[in-house]
Design a protein around this ligand. Structure first.
Ligand SMILES: Cc1ncc(COP(=O)(O)O)c(C=O)c1O
Length: 468
């Protein structure tokens, strides 16, 4: 029988060898930093101007074109990518991702062993961060995990809302520096972002628990129904961890769902250096943790931990006449329908390296952040703007003249153009800062030293250029 023209057929082995070569070259390239970031080449621009191809060029040529695009793209896997709290393309995770794609399992319905792998992985993640025995779901990331958790909390606080729509009574509580995915969730769930109460932060940038309780009680007195408090365990801006245990006490007294958004920071609960900051995590009703941030595996892989399976089912369960073969389908616990086997890459990562090695890599990142903070403190023309709680180090360079904010914004932009190290700027209490984040298992102390050298070189070049 003639194979489908969409099968690789006689090209299969050569295509595999090409993919292998491309991967090997990429990983060898990520082992150390490379100077500069190549611009989009003329040949890529030419390719990108073309319309839909009628005839194919074959797998090997197409893979080589993809290799060029990737080489010219910003890769978070590079050791001097300090830009965001992101993933870093853990090698074994990349391989498992390819395997998962090849079998193309659909996690919407019961998928035999894959369904059990996902459940085991959820238990492992829960154990790793000290959440305790749990249920949950593997999602596309923090946005979807937070949305899912808040949908569950809404149905828990206001049963029947999924049928009737929101009645304008539900409220949510976050710290003033929570991630915007909570506002987005409120908007999508019909609670409205006006229902989100941004509680002020204390001097350590953690939610003020006294104000939280007063606000909840005032809202209840005014006829509102508190749906959830979202404690952030590692804010995106500075890595601050809200006081989970104290917030849990408030939630318990007022019978409010506690969701912990640990999309970035929660893996650090497994470390000796930062673990104590997450005290009380075992009291939360649900928690978001992104494996595609600080558990190093490639995007996308988010884990939502939920203590009460019934609450998940009460929110997402549906009777569909085209899915009647199993008593319960995984889709009855999630927002998404067709869902890839995302959990496999994290399962393989835990199995291949062991939890201890992953914990040690987290510990290294936390220590590098502390080292950078110490180096900033020792340098007269640098100012540490926030002491790192986890692995984000907001600092700024103080120029001899001119606006400090403009200077630091210019440094970040210039560094992004030069491409020797990638860092972004951010605004903390009105101060524009450089905000290096350590979430990459490849980053070393050499890279940290080089980051400071590049900041100084770029800053002094800009300073000389704008001399009054
Ligand atoms: C604290 C926090 N929550 C949620 C998110 C959203 O996660 P994702 O980009 O995986 O949707 C982020 C992203 O940086 C985050 O830092």
């Amino acid at each position: 029988m003639k194979p489908s023209p969409l099968s690789l057929g006689h090209e299969r082995v050569a295509a595999l060898e090409t993919a292998f070569e491309i991967l090997r070259a990429a990983w060898e390239g990520f082992d150390s930093a490379r100077p500069g970031q190549p611009p989009t080449s003329a040949s890529s621009l030419e390719l990108l101007s073309r319309g839909l191809p009628g005839d194919g060029i074959g797998a090997i040529s197409a893979l080589r074109e993809a290799e060029c695009f990737l080489d010219e793209s910003l890769a978070q896997s590079r050791p001097r990518f300090f830009g965001y709290v992101g993933s870093s393309g853990l090698e074994v995770g990349v391989l498992a991702e390819a395997l998962s794609a090849s079998h193309d399992v659909n996690m919407a319905s019961v998928a035999a062993t894959a369904t059990m792998v996902e459940q085991q992985l959820i238990q492992w993640v829960s154990e790793f961060v000290g959440f305790g025995a749990t249920h949950g779901v593997v999602t596309s990331g923090g946005m979807l995990s937070n949305l899912t958790a808040l949908a569950v909390a809404r149905e828990h606080a206001l049963p029947g809302t999924r049928q009737t729509g929101s009645n304008g009574k539900g409220t949510l509580y976050i710290s003033a520096e929570a991630h915007s995915s909570v506002d987005r969730s409120a908007e999508l769930l019909g609670l409205g972002s006006n229902a989100v109460r941004a509680i002020p932060i204390d001097e350590n940038r953690r939610m003020d628990v006294g104000v939280l309780e007063s606000q909840i009680q005032a809202d209840i007195a005014n006829g509102f129904v508190p749906v959830a408090v979202v404690a952030t365990a590692g804010t995106t801006l500075t890595g601050a961890v809200d006081p989970i245990r104290a917030i849990s006490d408030v939630c318990k007294r007022n019978r409010v769902w506690l969701h912990v958004d640990g999309a970035y920071g929660l893996p650090a609960a497994a470390t000796a250096t930062a673990g104590a900051l997450f005290d009380g995590i075992s009291l939360a009703d649900s928690a978001t943790i992104d494996a595609h941030k600080w558990l190093f595996v490639p995007k996308a892989c988010g884990v939502l931990l939920v203590r009460n399976n019934e609450a998940l089912l009460a929110t997402f369960g549906h009777a569909a006449s085209y899915m009647v073969d199993a008593d319960e389908n995984p889709v009855d616990r999630t927002l998404e329908y067709s869902r890839p086997f995302r959990s496999l890459k994290l399962w393989v990562a835990f199995r291949a390296h062991g939890a201890d090695a992953i914990r040690a890599a987290l510990e290294d990142n936390v220590k590098l952040a502390q080292r950078l903070a110490a180096m900033v403190n020792e340098t007269p023309n640098l100012e540490l703007v926030v002491e790192p709680q986890l692995s984000i180090v907001p600092f700024r360079r103080l120029p001899m003249h001119g606006s400090v904010n403009q200077h630091n914004s210019d440094i970040a932009k210039q560094m992004q153009v030069d491409g020797d190290a990638y860092v972004t700027s951010a605004v903390v209490d009105g101060k524009t800062v450089l905000r290096p984040c350590f979430t990459n298992f490849r980053t070393t102390l050499d890279d940290v030293n080089e980051l400071l050298a590049i900041v100084e070189k770029t800053g002094s070049m800009l300073e000389n250029r704008s001399e009054p």
